[in-house]
Structure formats: C-alpha cells, structure tokens
Design a binder for this molecule. Structure first.
Ligand SMILES: Nc1nc2c(c(=O)[nH]1)N(C=O)[C@@H](CNc1ccc(C(=O)N[C@@H](CCC(=O)O)C(=O)O)cc1)CN2
Ligand SMILES: Nc1nc2c(ncn2[C@@H]2O[C@H](COP(=O)(O)OP(=O)(O)OP(=O)(O)O)[C@@H](O)[C@H]2O)c(=O)[nH]1
Length: 580
C-alpha cells in the first residue's frame, strides 16, 4: 500500500467537514456571547405561546424569571411561576425547559417558556427578558442561523426548514421534510467524499509518481470515480425541474375560446370567485392568477383571455411584424437593448443574479411566441417567468403594438405552462372559435410527444349539461378529452383525478426516488461541478486536473453551506420569520 495516501487524504479532506462557525463571517459567531430571545409561536391570542432564548445568558435568564437558584433538569418540562425580576410582579404559571448546549436546536444554551398565549402575558415575559443583562430580541431567522453556524443544520437542511414553514400542500411538506432530514445534503456529502478520494489519488501521483510503492492504477481509479460522479450528477440535473416546480407551484393555464367556461372552471377549482363569470364573450381581458392546492399539489392557476376568432391572419401578422421589429431577425437588437444578459460565469450577485434567455419561436407555424427564463436570487425566485416582472412584460407588450394584450399574455402563458387545461364548450364544438382553438392550440400541442416539450395538455369539454340526451355528436379528430359541467359539477371528480395524475407527472412524487433539487442554487452548483469535471477530463497536465477536482468539490461544498458567503446566507435566511 502506498504510504502517503492517508496523509494526502487528510490534506484533501481539509475544509470538507460540516461547517462549524466560520470566523470570517463575523456577525453571528457564538464568540460574540450575545443571547437572543423571541416569541417563536405565532402572533396574536392563542392557547399557549412559546418564547425561546438562545445563548450563554439563557440559563441566568431562566433562573432570573423563575426566581430559582437551580435550573430545571435538562430537556425536561417543569411548571414554574414566572415573575418580572425587576418588579417581582407575577407574570404567569408556565412550563419552562432548559436545553444546555450543545444539545439544543441552536447548539447553544437554550431556554424555553411555554406561557399562556394572552398578549399581556407574552409582552410581560418579553419585557422581563429584555431587562436581563446580555439579552436582546432576535432577528428574523437568527435561531436557525445559529443552528447553521454551530453545524446543527447544513444549508440544504436550512432551506428544507424554510420550505417546511412555507409548505401549503401535502406534497410540498413531504419534499421539504425530506430535505430537512438531510437527504440532499448527505448525497452531496457522499459525492464530495468521492471527489476527495479522487483528488487524493491525483495528488499522490503528482507527489509520488515515480515511487515504486505507489499503486499503479491510482489515476485510473480517479478517472473511474469522476466518470461515475458525472453520470450521477447528470441524472440529477435531468429532473425536468420537478423539485423546483413542486416548491413554487406548477403553472396550470386554463385556455380556450370565449365563453367556453374558463373562468367558471378556475372558480370551481380554486373554490373561490377569482374570475368574473359572464355570459358576455370576452369578459376576461388579461390573465388572472391564483395559487391553488390541486389534489395535494401546489399550482398557479391562470385564467386567460379567450382566444377569439379574431386571432386570425391579421392579428397574427401584427404579432409577427412587431416581434420582428422588436427582436430583430437575429435577436441582436434585443441583446443591445440590454434585455438579454447571458449567464456571466459562476459569480452570483448577492441580490439578483439572473439571466434572461429567450428564444423566439413559433407555437406552430402561425402563432408567434417566445420564452424566457431567469434563474434568480439564489433560489428564492427559483424559476420565475416574465409575468413576475411587470415592467418587462409591459415593455414586451408595448413593443408588440397592435396586439391585444390579453391575447398576447395568453400566448405567453401557454408557452410557460406546465399543464394546459384547454376548455371548449361541448355544445358548441362546431363554431369557428372552437375550431380555431382546436386547430391552433390543441392539435399542435397534442401532437407533441409529452417528452418533447415537457408541456402537458388536458382537454375539457364543458357544459355537459347542455348536451342532448344522446351525448356528444361524433366529431372528427377530437383528441382524448374529459366531459364536465361547471354548472352541475358533473365530471368534477374525474377531472380532479386526471389533474392529480398530470401534476404528479409534472412535479414528481416527493416521497419516492432520490432527493430532488428544489432551488436554482442547487442546480447552479451541480452544473458548476459537472463543468469542472469536464475540465478535469480535458486537463493537459495533472496539476490542472487536480485544480479542476478542487473546483468541483468547492461547488458541492457551497451547496451544503461550506464556504458559503454572507450574501448567500442573507438571502436564504430572509425567508424566515422572527423566532425561527
Ligand atoms: N418547543 C419547541 N418545539 C419545537 C422546536 C423548538 O425549538 N422548541 N423546534 C425548533 O425548530 C422544532 C423541533 N426541532 C428541534 C431540533 C433539535 C432539538 C435539539 O434539542 N437537538 C439536540 C438534541 C437531539 C436529540 O435529543 O436527539 C441536538 O441536536 O443536539 C430540539 C428541537 C419544532 N418544535
Ligand atoms: N350551462 C352551462 N353554462 C355554463 C357552464 N360553465 C359556464 N357556463 C356559463 O357560460 C358563460 C361563460 O362562462 P365564463 O366562465 O365566463 O366563460 P369564459 O370562457 O371565462 O369566458 P371569457 O372570459 O369571455 O373568455 C357564463 O354565462 C357561465 O355561467 C356549464 O357547465 N354549463
């Protein structure tokens, strides 16, 4: 066995351990000795409220408020009378808990006061705590930040915790809990260890290549490890952004000709009157969006303007010309207008690192449209689209003069949709507007392989109640569809089940399979790692190869928070509330 391998492994491992407090960051190190406190349960009147303190003065604060010399036994609830230490005024009979560090949520000494939830009790206890020397109110996310600083949570676990607090649907909760459980972090840790071993082998060869005792195949072993890792990373990146979609909600767009019942369907699915329902065709002039829980999956439901018959050659030509003026034949104009900023290397700006990429293309031969994306804000806006940027949307709309903004927005939404709910009036399939919609949207989309664009389509024939007894008249080339009546709710269960299946395909099953990437930040670092592995393979000498492996490992370390910059942390912790 080659004698230097262990030393080198140790050298290569340096910096990979779980993060314990990084002195360089400076602001929140345990060394500062400040003790924080906050109400950790929600604001407002409630049965029981939990007030937490973390830091070296937690013990003295607990003693002071319970007027006791001794602390309660560790991690065991005790009923105590709380008094204001200054005035001696009784405040509450409360349960108190003592968590001596490092065995606590933050890793520091922690105290908890489980008090009656009346506002006067809560404010009395908070007031009393603020009078204890060494204590100050906590900032948003500061408890979690301290847990991270003490290595209790990795960055991906912190993100999981943030997502858990914000989870609104069952599927989101499952995904967040898995991430909080550390699955993604552990996977990255395994990958980082593989890289460390490969690096150790390459470094061994650099240092002792001539040494007879060095095993011959060290470089080959490094190559095999890198190839395996490449395959694993590529497989994770090929997730069709399912984890990100589940976190932020799938885009479900309801589209169809005027008066088909789109607004009625949106109201039915969102169980609230979001859209105006009216017998007048063309009521919905722009896009209305509402977040909904569709069969346990989060979705952003958009009601779009009806695609009128008028979206014929004239309007299409208007869109085509405007687009040509705006983007230029080679899209160069848009670039110089500063709207397209190609990805500029790995440096992430603290507030907004994004790129807009847009590709003018045609939904089919007739309907112009374009797509853009930005990956931003280190994952907090993981995959946002144009309509999150009103100024841009507005610019684009204005640039496309002569085009009905409602129709334009509808095209945009169709392009952005993960799932299109195409609605037609079952009793009016022969009308020109129905026919036009079938020809321009449904048929081209239905013809795409589901794997092709990633977009899915459900065709809903509404107003089932208006059909004659014998049902739908035979209709040429009608794609697979569901029958529904928004009025009588007949067919609603079938539609919900179909939606559940479609959304499960779009978002994936959060309980099964490997942990999904839930933020653009994860994707960015995995892509960076993969790129560095490519450089390893192309490296002209061993020193460059070793450097590429170090860069690759750096990306994985960043993913779990090792070597994270203060800006990254600020953005992630911004999602937390005070007391968490
Ligand atoms: N009352 C209360 N409820 C709460 C919390 C809390 O801080 N207080 N939590 C706050 O988010 C969550 C639970 N999370 C926690 C995570 C770790 C530890 C803790 O004491 N960890 C120690 C010991 C672990 C063990 O006993 O196995 C450690 O990690 O060393 C406590 C709570 C939700 N419910
Ligand atoms: N009989 C019957 N009428 C329906 C049904 N669903 C919707 N309607 C009626 O159809 C009309 C149009 O409904 P909307 O939901 O406003 O249709 P829309 O597609 O959003 O219309 P625009 O906004 O104009 O594009 C209204 O009078 C609804 O009450 C249904 O299942 N059966």
């Amino acid at each position: 066995m080659w004698r230097g391998l262990w030393t080198l492994t140790a050298r290569a491992t340096h910096g990979l351990r779980r993060p314990c407090w990084r002195q360089a960051s400076g602001t929140l190190g345990p060394g500062t000795g400040v003790t924080i406190f906050a109400l950790s349960s929600g604001q407002g009147r409630c049965g029981v409220a939990v007030i937490r303190a973390s830091g070296p003065a937690s013990g003295p604060a607990l003693r002071s408020l319970t007027a006791a010399r001794d602390l309660p036994p560790a991690r065991s609830a005790r009923l105590r009378l709380l008094r204001d230490p200054c005035s001696g005024e009784p405040l509450d009979r409360a349960l108190v808990l003592w968590f001596p560090g490092p065995q606590s949520f933050t890793g520091e000494d922690c105290a908890e006061f489980h008090v009656h939830g009346g506002p006067a009790v809560v404010s009395g206890v908070l007031q009393a705590l603020s009078g204890v020397p060494g204590l100050r109110p906590a900032e948003a996310g500061e408890f979690t930040r301290r847990a991270f600083a003490h290595g209790k949570l990795s960055l991906t676990e912190v993100e999981g915790l943030a997502d858990l607090i914000h989870a609104e649907t069952e599927a989101q909760r499952r995904q967040a809990l898995r991430q909080l459980d550390g699955e993604l972090g552990r996977l990255c840790q395994d990958w980082a260890e593989t890289l460390t071993r490969a690096l150790a082998h390459v470094e061994a060869y650099i240092d002792f290549g001539e040494d007879d005792n060095l095993e011959e195949d060290v470089l080959e072993r490094a190559d095999i490890a890198v190839r395996g890792l490449e395959a694993a990373l590529a497989a994770h990146l090929r997730d069709a952004r399912r984890g990100q979609r589940l976190r932020s909600g799938a885009h479900v767009v309801v589209a169809g000709p005027p008066n088909a019942g789109k607004s009625s369907l949106v109201n039915l699915l969102s169980r609230k009157p979001v859209s105006i329902v009216s017998p007048e065709p063309g009521t919905t002039r722009d896009v209305l969006e509402t977040p909904v829980d569709l069969a346990g999956f989060p979705a952003l439901l958009s009601d779009t303007a009806g695609l009128r018959e008028g979206v014929g050659p004239v309007e299409q030509e208007g869109v085509r010309r405007a687009w040509a003026r705006w983007a230029g034949p080679d899209h160069g104009q848009a670039q110089t207008m500063g709207r397209a900023r190609p990805w500029a290397g790995p440096a992430l700006s603290p507030t907004f690192s994004f790129c807009w990429v847009y590709f003018p293309f045609f939904l089919n031969e007739k309907l112009p449209s374009f797509r853009w994306e930005f990956w931003g804000d280190l994952g907090t806006l993981s995959y946002a689209s144009a309509w999150a940027r009103p100024s841009f949307s507005c610019l684009a709309t204005r640039a496309l003069q002569g085009v009905d903004p409602g129709v334009f927005s509808c095209f945009l939404r169709l392009e952005q949709a993960d799932l299109v709910l195409a609605v037609l009036d079952a009793s009016d399939l022969g009308s020109p507007s129905s026919r036009n919609f079938l020809d321009t949207v449904v048929t081209p989309m239905g013809a795409q392989s589901p794997a092709g664009s990633g977009q899915r389509l459900l065709l809903v024939l509404n107003k089932l109640d208006l059909l004659p007894r014998q049902g739908l008249a035979p209709y040429p080339d009608l794609p697979p569809h569901l029958l529904l009546s928004c009025l009588s709710r007949q067919g609603l269960d079938g539609l919900l089940e179909a939606l559940r299946q479609e959304l499960a395909a779009v978002c994936g099953d959060p309980s099964a399979g490997p942990p999904l990437l839930t933020r653009a930040r994860h994707r960015h670092h995995l892509q960076g790692c993969l790129e560095a592995l490519g450089h390893y393979k192309e490296a002209s000498d061993l020193a460059l190869a070793a450097e590429a492996l170090r860069v690759a490992r750096g990306h994985l370390a960043h993913l779990t928070g090792g070597g994270g910059t203060e800006e990254v942390l600020n953005i992630i912790f911004r999602d937390f509330c005070v007391g968490k």
